[in-house]
Design a protein around this ligand. Structure first.
Ligand code: AMP
Ligand code: ZN
Ligand code: MN
Length: 578
């Protein structure tokens, strides 16, 4: 990850001021904002938007704005040295996480501003007391350094004691009061490097071959050309609730009074299955890690019924989950309530061969209802008055044993979901009555949920052109030799990542890849001097990386035309991928 090394030039403060001024076009920030917000109100929304979008005169400028916004947001998210952690923009303004991401970035900025103002006042006070100016001795770098002083290193949060417990290493995670920062939130590491990879610990076998994923649990179409989702046998109408009017929302008991089971043994899984067979509806959520595996790894499966919470250890029970739960998830008579299930649906297919029928996605429902925000955090607050600690959303969920705080967070993700589903159904019903012209909003939610379910997992494949999608390449202005290195390094990291079951971003982050291509270090010494931070896979393979660089440079001629066409991309054509 980030090495936090800033290239400090002569006057970083004035540079920052200048670039900020550029952002606001010379006028004041507040007037820019108010102009922006009033003009954005002129853009049609929802159905109107889709209608206008059929016309090129509307579509073209909108696509252009989307492109520029995405690239701006991506640049913001990419500045690891500013954030001190990965804040990668999800890649697409329509992405389910884009809104959450934006809120996080805003929170972070406001928090830093807060801390900086505190610090400023502290220095002012001190200056008054001692009667002379106090110059901060740790840099001239604006709020970044001021904030940095208060931040504690990740090492404070996690104490990696390697106690051995039944053959497995146990990592002690303490998110104690003292680790809370100024906003009162505990800092949660998204990567705990001391965790033994679950793939090794639990013998998890994955097929990372550069070949398409096979949906072996699905029937094939008659012409054998495609896999058929079990939902294709049903109509959306089959799932729409019939008697919403008579329904009373069922409030769940508080978490503390709710029976909870951490499902780690096959016998516990059998009990869970028996329970799920006896109910008509249940809530599901998954926690996932994609930094330390090639395709991503489901770490936990949370399930809540009306009366109990379960968390399934999807590492320990990985091979048993499909056989025990496949039928239940496919059962069209059992309602599955999930929030923003797009990724969960894909992860269930990939890791367990589970395909979901009869989904009610509360994230889609929130959109149909036009609520102010569509995150689960918002729905929890809005419908249940519960403030979720979303700090854990991006935690390293591979950790075992699961710390108490993380268990609590994971339970909260499903505990209230059936109640939210009850309340939302009533709201949708009310909406239908208020506006007789709209199609049934409830039906709309089921249509959207149906579409979410029928998406099929596809494995990422390396092709000759994959290197063109490296995030940041379009803006790099590389020549043919540099492009050849990008292509060579992409192939190298893809090979390592598949073989070692790591993400390509862990083997060699895009930013570092582009730095190497830019500098073209053609010896081990030069490469080592360039890489100030730790990249275990590069260090372990430093000789082969250098030979990839050298060989690529020799074959630069094959990249001349690519270099030419890259320099010729208009903003509208730029593709944003990471
Ligand atoms: P959730 O649906 O909120 O339970 O999230 C499921 C998984 O998605 C988490 O375990 C994370 O791996 C990932 N995830 C969720 N939100 C974010 C985010 N804002 N940034 C990165 N990863 C996320
Ligand atoms: Zn989820
Ligand atoms: Mn979750």
């Amino acid at each position: 990850m980030s090495d936090g090394n800033m290239d400090v030039d002569e006057s970083p403060v004035s540079w920052k001021v200048k670039s900020l001024e550029k952002l606001i076009d010379g006028s004041s920030f507040s007037s820019t904002l108010s102009r922006l917000s009033s003009s954005s109100r002129l853009i049609p929304t929802s159905r109107d938007f889709h209608f206008y979008y059929n016309f090129d005169e509307f579509k073209r400028p909108i696509d252009e704005i989307t492109g520029t916004s995405q690239s701006t947001l991506a640049t913001i998210g990419d500045s690891e040295q500013v954030w001190g952690k990965s804040m990668k923009f999800p890649g697409d303004v329509d992405d389910v996480y884009a809104e959450d991401w934006l809120c996080n970035v805003n929170d972070e900025l406001i928090e830093r501003f807060d801390v900086s103002v505190d610090e400023f006042q502290r220095i002012r006070k001190k200056e008054k007391e001692i009667g002379r100016s106090v110059v901060a001795d740790d840099g001239d770098d604006g709020f970044q350094m001021v904030y940095g002083k208060k931040k504690k290193p990740v090492g404070n949060v996690v104490t990696g004691s390697a106690a051995v417990n039944g053959g497995g290493s146990v990592i002690d995670v303490k998110m104690a009061e003292r680790d809370k920062n100024s906003s009162g939130k505990a800092k949660v590491p998204f990567h705990v490097p001391t965790i033994k990879k679950p793939q090794e610990e639990y013998n998890i076998l994955v097929n990372n071959a550069n070949l398409p994923f096979e949906h072996v649990w699905l029937e094939r179409s008659e012409d054998d050309l495609r896999a058929m989702h079990p939902l294709e046998k049903f109509s959306v109408l089959d799932f729409v609730d019939k008697d919403v009017n008579e329904m009373e929302p069922v409030k769940p008991l508080p978490l503390e009074q709710t029976p909870f089971k951490f499902v780690q043994e096959v016998k516990d899984l059998k009990e869970l299955v028996a329970k799920l067979r006896s109910v008509e509806e249940f809530a599901v959520d998954l926690e996932h890690n994609q930094y330390r595996s090639f395709q991503g790894l489901t770490c936990l499966m949370q399930i809540s019924t009306r009366t109990e919470d379960y968390i399934v250890d999807t590492f320990k029970l990985r091979i048993h989950i499909g056989p025990y739960l496949r039928e239940i998830f496919k059962d069209p008579k059992k309602k599955k309530v999930m929030h923003g299930a797009d990724r969960d649906i894909i992860w269930l297919q990939r890791d367990f061969g589970i395909y979901v029928c009869n989904l009610f996605d509360t994230g889609q429902a929130s959109r149909v209802l036009n609520l102010e925000r569509n995150s689960l955090e918002f729905l929890l607050q809005h419908f249940c008055g519960v403030t979720a600690n979303k700090e854990y959303q991006n935690a390293d969920w591979r950790i075992r044993p699961l710390p108490e705080e993380m268990t609590r967070y994971a339970r909260e993700d499903t505990h209230y979901l059936l109640y939210i589903y009850d309340l939302i159904k009533l709201e949708l019903q009310r909406m239908a009555k208020d506006d007789a012209h709209t199609d049934s909003p409830l039906l709309e939610v089921y249509k959207r949920s149906y579409d979410v379910c029928t998406q099929l997992y596809e494995k990422e494949l390396l092709t000759e052109n994959s290197y063109l999608h490296v995030y940041g390449l379009q803006a790099a202005g590389f020549n043919a030799a540099q492009l050849a290195i990008v292509a060579g390094l992409c192939e190298w990291r893809d090979f390592i990542a598949r073989a070692e079951d790591e993400s390509t971003g862990y083997v060699l982050p895009n930013k570092v890849l582009l730095e190497i291509a830019k500098e073209m270090p053609d010896s081990v010494g030069k490469l080592r001097r360039m890489l100030k931070s730790k990249h275990p896979y590069i260090e372990r393979n430093v000789d082969s990386v250098v030979s990839v660089i050298r060989q690529s440079m020799q074959h630069y001629a094959a990249f001349e035309s690519a270099a030419l066409s890259l320099k010729d991309v208009s903003p509208g054509n730029v593709r944003y991928l990471y």
